[in-house]
Design a protein around this ligand. Sequence first.
Ligand code: ATP
Ligand code: MG
Length: 278
Amino acid sequence: MRIPIAGKDELSSLSCNINDMLDKIDQSDRELRKAHDELELRVKERTEELAKKNTEMERFIYTVSHDLRSPLISVSGLLGFLKQDAEKGDLEQMNADLRIANEAVTNMDQLLLETLELSRIGRVVNPPEDVPFGEIVEGALEQTSEKIRSEGCNVSVAQNLPVVHVDRIRIIEVLVNLIENSIKYMGLQTNPEIEIGQRINGKDRIFFVRDNGIGIDHSQHNKVFELFYKVDKKSEGTGAGLAIVKRIIEVHGACIWIESEMGQGCTVCFTLPLANVE
Ligand code: ATP
Ligand code: MG
C-alpha cells in the first residue's frame, strides 16, 4: 500500500489553515476572558450596591424603631404617673398627664404614617408623563400659597423651564416640601425670598429651590436627608420631609443634594429625567 505524500503546496495550505484556526481560538479566548472580566465587574458592582442598600436598610430600621420607641416610653412613664394621680385624687394633674400622653400618641401616629408613606414610594407609582416643569412649579405654588402669603415671601420662578418625564404628583410633592422648608427655615430674615430655577450643565439640567434663610452647615448636608433627622430637635415637624423627597427623586433615577453655608441661605439642587420632545 502506498501512503500518499502531501506535496509542498498542500503542506503550506494546511499550515495556513492551522494558523487561521489558532488565530480564531486565540480571539475566542480573548473574547471569553473579556466577557468573564465584565461579568466579574458587574457582580462586584451589584454586590457593593447590595451592601450599600443593606446598610441603608439597617440604619432605616434603627431610626424607625428608635424614634417610635421614644413616644411609647413616654406614654408608659405617664401611665405610672396617672396611677399616682388617681390614687391621690389629683384631677388637675391627671388631665395634664393625659394631655401629654395624647400628644405622644399623636406624634407616634404621625411617625408611623410617614414611615408608611416612605415605604409606599417606588411600590405605588403613578405612570411617568411629559410635563412642563413650569406646570409642576405652578401646582406646588398653589398648594403653598397660603403659607407664602402669610410669611410675606417673595417667590421668583425662572422662564423657559424644560419639559420633564416624571410622576407629576410626586414631583409636585417634592417641590411643596422644599418650598415649605424654605418658608420654615427663614429665621429672622426680614426680606424672605425663594427662587425656583434651573442651571444648564451641558445636556443636563439642574433644578433648584433657593432661599435666603438660616442655611445648613456643611456637616449636615447629607444628614438632613435621613429619616426623622432635624438640625434643631425643637423645630416643628418630624424630619421626614427630605427623606421622602430624596426617595422620590431616586425612584426617578435622579439625584438631589444641598448647597449651603450656615447663615447664607440654602439651595436644594436636583436632577430629573427630561422628556424627549426638546
Ligand atoms: P417635616 O418636613 O417632616 O415636617 P422637617 O422640615 O424638620 O420636618 P425635613 O424637611 O426632612 O424635616 O428637613 C430636615 C432638617 O433639615 C430640618 O429639620 C432643618 O433642620 C433642615 N432644613 C431643611 N430645609 C432647610 C432649609 N431650606 N434651610 C435650612 N435648614 C433646612
Ligand atoms: Mg420639612
